[in-house]
Design a protein around this ligand. Sequence first.
Ligand SMILES: [Zn+2]
Length: 71
Amino acid sequence: MRRRCARPGCAEAATVTLSYDYAAATVWLEPLATEGHPMTHDLCDRHSARTAPPRGWQLVDQRLAAAQLAS
Ligand SMILES: [Zn+2]
């Protein structure tokens, strides 16, 4: 299933699912989730690359781990 980037005005296909863990102050980037979820945002490559976590948060990119598992 294809979904579009959640950024207003962006028509690119979503490739990444972004989620926030407020308790852990962590932003997660993961391969696009199969199902959309109200607590996550689907982004295209361009917008996911621009994602910067809020001050004091860490950003964890799970896509590298997923790619290594797949190879
Ligand atoms: Zn986009």
